[in-house]
Write a protein of this length. Structure first.
Length: 459
């Protein structure tokens, strides 16, 4: 089988999104919409991907930078889908290969459906193979016009249709597999004499038929796959369906989701078996969660690695953190980028951590801020401890050795180093380094004024 190329049309603005951002860069289930058809094309073995850009071309280009095998074709003016494909063809190099033509706004399309399309195209010896679907309400779509024998004759757009044609329920998905030589030979024959004065790609069907090329239609097994996203409601619905797919896959792979309808997991997230996830969790980006973890309700995790058997308690927010095995976090803790928690670390209520490493078995159980810090193993960080890392101009580091006991309400004014085995008394403001195995204590001596309250009582 020859190599397959794919052309993805993404030059339109997407006016109905009512957005400053081009439609195909809006995110669906954690990825820009455009990433979905590209992934489907790759699954169908398309090696060469040409994306047609126009509106906000720079932003789309930026987004696609570094994507292997992707080339960009610019369509300066949006003169129609046929014109868009004509702009793409000079960038398509594989000769005689079939070309998949996709839209940037159909995120639900699967690689499996594209594979079926390509197989049918080869098996049928077709020049043009159209992916179709049947809709009870086909309004707005192009309709597939067949002859009495059931052969595809042409596609008619909603705006150009007669009432009889408008009654056809088989619609054009806008997704095709076409012979490249046929495309190159005929793309410039499209005219724009139609209701929208556009060069319709769909007219290639009638051209193929007139020249006795084979033109066939493949019906999508699930018509929802071809659903285009045009507005925010469809965006939400597409996200809903994609999350259902993601969640079903995870459950098949052994992840327990207490309420999959209320669990929001991005496509790229990896989760090990026997991990249990409670409702309201949001897992984003390049997050990897190990086996046997428990994520309680409303935990948000973005771009983190979480080791096996870890326990993330309700309401915690984790961004760019690395957790080793058996770590406990929360409830309501905030781990920010650069946080590294080694095995069996325990982080409790209302603790914020940023750019800080905690060694094996260390604990910060309550109301603490640890920033720009390096903390050894088996350290106990008492309630209310604060690393004073910022002097208003620069950030400074706090280094704490192994087996240090930091009492409650301690401020560590960085830069400062606390040696192994030291003890810092509650209420101490540490401004100088503490040698190993020493007690540091800095408190104003307490004065008790006996009877003072009785003397000052009102009334
Ligand atoms: C198109 C089909 C219609 C089909 C429908 C499926 C045509 C003429 N009609 O209609 O039969 O049922 O898709 O969703 O092809 N684009 C460009 N440059 C352009 C015009 C469009 O890149 O000059 C891109 C758009 O960004 C979009 C895609 O092509 O991603 C489809 O264009 P759109 O205008 O939405 O076509 P429809 O009217 O929906
Ligand atoms: Ca459309």
């Amino acid at each position: 089988m020859s190599m397959i190329a794919a052309v993805v049309l993404a030059a339109g603005k997407g006016t109905r999104m009512k957005s400053d951002r081009i439609k195909v860069l809006h995110e669906v289930a954690g990825q820009p919409m455009l990433a979905w058809p590209l992934a489907a094309a790759r699954e169908a073995d398309a090696r060469e991907l040409v994306v047609v850009v126009g509106h906000q071309a720079e932003q789309v280009r930026e987004h696609l930078a570094g994507e292997p095998g992707v080339r960009i074709a610019v369509q300066e003016e949006q003169l129609g889908t046929g014109h868009a494909v004509a702009c793409a063809l000079p960038e398509v190099s594989e000769d005689n290969a079939p070309v998949l033509i996709l839209c940037g706004d159909t995120p639900l399309l699967t690689g499996a459906t594209l594979q079926r399309l390509v197989e049918a195209h080869h098996a049928g010896g077709a020049a043009v193979t159209v992916l179709t679907a049947r809709f009870d309400n086909p309004f707005g779509y192009g309709r597939i016009v067949r002859d009495a024998a059931g052969n595809v004759r042409r596609i008619v757009e909603q705006k150009d249709s007669t009432p009889e044609e408008a009654a056809i329920t088989e619609v054009n998905s806008g997704i095709y597999c076409m012979d490249l030589a046929f495309l190159r030979a005929h793309i410039n024959r499209l005219g724009s004499e139609n209701a929208q004065n556009e060069y319709y790609l769909t007219d290639l069907v009638a051209i193929a038929v007139a020249e006795h090329h084979r033109c066939i239609a493949v019906e999508a097994e699930d018509p929802r796959e071809i659903m285009g996203v045009n507005d925010r409601q469809q965006l939400a619905y597409a996200g809903h369906l994609l999350r259902q797919r993601i969640n079903s896959r995870l459950m098949r792979d052994g992840v327990t989701l207490i309420d999959p309808e209320r669990t929001y997991i991005d496509a790229g997230v990896v989760i090990g078996p026997d991990t249990e996830i409670w409702p309201g969790c949001v897992l984003q980006g390049r997050t990897v969660i190990g086996r046997g973890c428990l994520l309680e309700s409303s935990v948000q995790v973005c771009d983190c690695t979480v080791g096996d058997r870890s326990h993330l308690k309700s309401g915690s927010v984790l961004e760019g953190a690395v957790l080793h095995a058996g770590v406990a976090v929360g409830p309501m803790a905030h781990l920010r980028p650069g946080t590294v928690l080694h095995d069996e670390v325990k982080i409790g209520n209302f603790v914020e951590i940023k750019k800080a490493v905690l060694g094996v078995g260390s604990k910060a159980s309550h109301l603490t801020y640890l920033g720009d810090a390096e903390i050894g193993r088996d350290v106990n960080v008492g309630c209310g401890t604060i690393t004073c890392n910022y002097d208003g101009v620069n950030k400074h580091r706090t280094v704490i050795g192994d087996r240090v006991f930091v009492g409650s309400d301690v401020q560590l004014v960085a830069p400062v180093t606390v040696g192994d085995g030291a003890l810092i008394a509650a209420g101490t403001t540490v401004t100088r380094d503490v040698p190993p195995d020493s007690l540091a204590i800095a408190r104003t001596p307490q004065v008790n004024k006996e009877g003072w309250c009785l003397r000052h009582k009102k009334g």
